[in-house]
Write a protein that binds this ligand. Structure first.
Ligand SMILES: NC(=O)c1ccc[n+]([C@@H]2O[C@H](COP(=O)([O-])OP(=O)(O)OC[C@H]3O[C@@H](n4cnc5c(N)ncnc54)[C@H](OP(=O)(O)O)[C@@H]3O)[C@@H](O)[C@H]2O)c1
Length: 306
């Protein structure tokens, strides 16, 4: 596989690129020669990453600091998304409190970030991709989308939306007959800075995938001529995915098969939490406590034009 198989002059917009999985996706895209627009709230890590990637790969990287849960921030990013050839909807947050114990502001914040923002950016980006006759979309989802594996919270439902929207568009005639492709990236435990920043216990090492590995695999997947509609990194998670898909969900109510946030709470006030809404409600981002995976990865057809 060539080091630079990105199309000259193509631009990728990556949300949640300041750290974690999004930063590694940005690195992998830069290595393929794509120019970048990097989005997150933290301006400084974005600027640092942009400078490093420009120096290392000779690409142009533009930091675009914005809060995707704020209308003005989201619209600024949507404006940039209109010209994107690759859109990576990666920024996401989870709620470590059961549904009945959260404040509405917390739920609203998570839905704004996990559901509204990716939809808005996709809505902004897709017409241009179709007009220009090229485009790739990567919507980052979670194994929590598979069912009630992170019980008592609304996080899984928000991530199921990412898969449902991806599939709905990807299988439509309009997209199928175009050179544009959408992929849902369904992740299990993955290393990111979330756990340390939010004070959440780390995932079991045996079940945790390195974020660099996940990012490289996802970026490779969207560069195929026919990218998978659903991409699940690692054989282990693919196997679990198959099981989960066919298991009756009521089995997940058996003890120890799933985390139940109706009794446990990671949500005791965490001073360092970067993902709480402005009103002080606390929200945790990204890291999942789920086990299992949604569905098996489709088979690609080798490197495409990307
Ligand atoms: N890590 C896992 O085990 C795991 C498993 C399944 C799925 N996922 C999904 O993977 C994606 C990336 O998560 P991660 O593990 O890399 O988490 P992370 O390390 O916490 O990174 C989250 C990223 O999103 C950005 N972000 C958070 N709120 C934002 C907002 N309001 N506006 C703009 N950007 C915002 C953060 O930057 P700022 O704080 O600078 O804004 C950061 O760049 C998420 O969609 C998550 O649901 C993760």
């Amino acid at each position: 596989m060539p080091e630079h198989s990105g199309k000259q002059g193509s631009t990728a917009l990556v949300t949640g690129a300041s750290y974690g999985i999004g930063a590694d996706i940005a690195r992998a895209l830069a290595a393929r020669g794509h120019d970048l627009v990097l989005v997150a709230r933290s301006a400084e890590p974005l600027a640092r990453l942009a400078a490093t990637l420009e120096a290392d790969h000779g690409i142009t990287a533009r930091p675009l600091p914005a809060d995707l849960t704020a209308a003005t921030g989201l619209e600024r990013v949507a404006e940039a998304a209109r010209d994107a050839d690759i859109l990576v909807n990666n920024a996401g947050a989870g709620l470590g409190l059961s549904f009945e114990r959260t404040a509405w502001a917390q739920e609203r914040h998570m839905l704004d970030l996990n559901v509204v923002a990716p939809s808005r950016l996709l809505h902004a980006a897709l017409p241009g991709m179709l007009r220009r006759g090229r485009g790739r979309v990567l919507n980052v989802s979670s194994v929590a989308a598979a069912g009630p594996v992170w019980q008592g919270t609304s996080y899984g439902a928000s991530k199921a939306y990412a898969v449902a929207l991806t599939e709905s568009l990807a299988y439509s005639r309009r997209i199928r007959t175009s050179p544009v492709a959408l992929t849902a990236l369904v992740l299990g435990h993955t290393t990111s800075e979330f756990h340390a920043r939010a004070g959440i216990p780390p995932s079991p090492p045996s079940l945790t995938l390195p974020s660099r590995y996940v990012a490289d695999l996802a970026v490779r997947a969207i560069h195929r001529r026919r990218p998978p509609v659903v991409c699940v990194p690692s054989v282990r998670y693919k196997l679990v995915a198959g099981l989960l898909r066919h298991l009756p969900h009521r089995l997940l109510a058996l003890p120890h098969l799933a985390d139940d946030f109706t009794v446990t709470s990671y949500g005791a006030d965490r001073p360092g939490d970067r993902n709480r809404p402005d009103d002080g409600d606390q929200v945790s981002a990204g890291g999942d406590g789920e086990d299992g995976v949604l569905s098996a990865e489709a088979h690609g057809q080798g490197e495409g034009q990307w």
